[in-house]
Design a protein around this ligand. Structure first.
Ligand SMILES: Nc1ncnc2c1ncn2[C@@H]1O[C@H](COP(=O)(O)OP(=O)(O)O)[C@@H](O)[C@H]1O
Ligand SMILES: [Mg+2]
Length: 340
């Protein structure tokens, strides 16, 4: 059986010269939940659009279920479902009318649409609301309807572009449950993009960290975290004369369980340890005591995907995340106003 998705050396340059995706390769297995994690502008949506045949790649070979996208576009359309970053729901129509239109888009018969929409609406707990105007739906319900619509033609592979963007934490968790259930009950392959670390961590079997069109790392979330070390000891020093405590840092770096020391912008040092960071703390105290360096604070933490992201890209994602959210909220508001 071929893999669900195979991507070899994909590059996408938009007209005007923007290099959105820069020579990436990866494979997604059947039944896998695979995530693209990266900030705004990283190239996530572009990759999805190329994979479902909405955009032409500049370079690269792309296979869905072993079938070359360029050669049999009709087959790709049937095999894949897609829920875009911004929901495509018309709020002047009812839930059922919206999903009906989607079925027509896939050339399903009225009978097929009725049978299948009942199935998917039940799956997403919207069946009782099927005759209500979607203008009355909450953000979470709209997103559920959007994903249900993407499943109307029984695709084997589902593409979700930022499925929980702009939703509150509780609603986000509910959406995760629906996504997990799809995989568990239907063995669906799911490719999703996100800029939420927690989402990638909780939901994905494997995660690719994408930054400026490049894949910086790709592995299971635990394996990514393990790559940067077992633990991180965060320490702030102050030498008596106010200088950088070079000698003490060198001595700490020489300890057998220390993998490396990274100075941070806020003045703290991250001491990356193979494991058992707590056992290192007494040794750090004794080194500093001998070198005449005092320790202002010291703490221990387990690495998170945040740290992994920082490690592989050299940047924090939080600020970019905040601006992306503000942007999408503004767009949702504008969309609502425009339709009235
Ligand atoms: N239609 C387009 N024309 C030109 N540039 C685009 C277009 N769509 C996206 N881009 C640019 O391509 C880059 C990647 O965008 P995108 O794939 O949307 O990133 P993401 O989904 O990760 O936020 C960005 O620099 C973006 O401005
Ligand atoms: Mg996007």
């Amino acid at each position: 059986m071929p893999s669900a998705i195979e991507v070899y050396n994909l590059t996408k340059i938009y007209r005007g010269g923007v290099l959105a995706v820069d020579d990436i390769s990866f494979t997604v297995e059947r039944g896998e939940i695979f995530g693209f994690l990266g900030p705004n502008g990283a190239g996530k949506s572009t990759t999805i659009k190329v994979l479902i045949g909405l955009l032409k790649p500049t370079k690269g070979r792309l296979l869905i279920n072993g079938v070359d996208i360029a050669k049999r576009p009709g087959e790709i359309k049937r095999a894949t479902g897609y829920a875009a970053q911004e929901t495509a729901i018309d709020d002047r129509l009812t839930c059922m009318e919206n999903i009906y239109l989607q079925g027509r888009f896939y050339h399903l018969s009225k009978r097929e649409i009725l049978a299948r929409s009942a199935e998917v609406l039940k799956m997403f707990d919207l069946y009782d609301r099927r005759n209500d105007l979607t203008a009355t739906f909450s953000g979470g319900m709209l997103k559920r309807l959007d994903i249900a619509e993407a499943l109307i033609h029984r695709p084997q592979i589902l593409f979700l572009d930022e499925p929980t963007l702009g939703l509150d934490v509780q609603t986000r968790k509910t959406i995760w449950e629906y996504i997990k259930r799809l995989r568990e009950e239907q063995g669906m392959t799911i490719f999703l993009t996100t800029h939420y670390m927690e989402e990638a961590d909780v939901l994905c079997d494997r995660v690719a960290i994408i930054d400026r069109g490049k894949i910086k790392a790709l592995d299971r979330p635990e394996a990514l975290k393990a790559q940067i070390g077992g633990d991180i000891v965060i320490a702030r020093f102050s030498a008596l004369d106010g200088s950088i405590p070079q000698e003490a840092l060198e001595a700490i770096r020489g300890l057998p369980q220390v993998r490396g020391i990274e100075p941070k912008r806020d003045g703290a040092y991250w001491i990356v340890v193979n494991q058992d960071g707590d056992k290192l703390i007494p040794a750090i105290f004794s080194i500093c005591g001998q070198a005449g360096v005092s320790i202002e604070s010291i703490s221990l933490k387990k690495p998170s995907l945040d740290d992994v992201y920082l490690h592989f890209t050299g940047r924090e994602m939080r600020e970019e995340e905040a601006s992306a959210e503000a942007h999408i909220r503004a767009r949702i508001m504008r969309g609502r106003i425009r339709r009235r």
